[in-house]
Design a protein around this ligand. Structure first.
Ligand SMILES: CC(C)(COP(=O)(O)OP(=O)(O)OC[C@H]1O[C@@H](n2cnc3c(N)ncnc32)[C@H](O)[C@@H]1OP(=O)(O)O)[C@@H](O)C(=O)NCCC(=O)NCCS
Length: 178
């Protein structure tokens, strides 16, 4: 499984002992889930179910999901992953969540930049990301990583709902220099 190291972060695969860290850090938090499809978890058991799914996918060879760890103290502060991909893995859609207390420090940008580079070095040719129109900070992260706004679209607002919400879609295409 691949680990990516940046100036301040280690992006590493999830492990069996992560549920508690994820729950205490971000999966409980409505401020983090507000503009995402998932709902805040009510208990660590709910996070454990999600983690088990991640571990199973990783066991089956899925290598495009990382826990974001701070180099300074080893704490797990978020997740960045490929949330959807084309049948040949050449076009992927990425997502990310950071614990609220670690917002506004440039961590999401640092993580996404490194993941874009990693994906382009591993066969991916186009990376897409989208964010709720009321969540401009996420769009700013995409822009700072060289992604280009391509269109407005609509998508499912929450996993258990038929309600749609407006999203902005960004992309970046691999160039010879990547
Ligand atoms: C979106 C999120 C990942 C950003 O993480 P972060 O580490 O704070 O992002 P960064 O610090 O790298 O960059 C944020 C940028 O957005 C800007 N920003 C913050 N709030 C903003 C707002 N309301 N409007 C416009 N820009 C905003 C910041 O100023 C910064 O840009 P700058 O460096 O040019 O000043 C984080 O807030 C988060 O996890 N949110 C909840 C989950 C989520 O929304 N995930 C994305 C789903 S698409």
């Amino acid at each position: 499984m691949s680990t990516i190291t940046t100036e301040r972060l280690i992006l590493r695969p999830f492990t069996e002992t992560d549920a508690d860290k994820m729950f205490k850090s971000w999966t409980w938090d409505e401020r983090v889930s507000r503009y995402c499809r998932w709902h805040p978890h009510k208990s660590v058991e709910e996070t454990q179910v999600l983690l088990n799914h991640y571990l199973q996918k990783a066991k089956n060879g899925f290598d495009f999901r990382w826990g974001i760890e701070l180099k300074s103290d080893g704490s797990l502060i978020g997740i960045i992953d490929v949330v959807d991909f084309s049948h040949d893995n050449r076009i992927v859609n990425v997502g990310y969540n950071l614990a609220f207390e670690h917002w506004h420090k440039g961590y999401a940008t640092e993580a996404l930049k490194s993941v874009i580079k990693h994906l382009f070095n591993n066969g991916v040719e186009k990376i897409i990301a989208e964010h709720h129109i009321d969540n401009p900070a996420s769009g700013r992260v995409m822009e700072k990583c060289g992604m280009r706004f391509i269109k407005l679209s609509k998508t499912q607002a929450k996993f258990d709902s038929d309600t749609l919400c407006d999203v902005k879609v960004y992309e970046i295409i691999k160039t010879v220099e990547e």
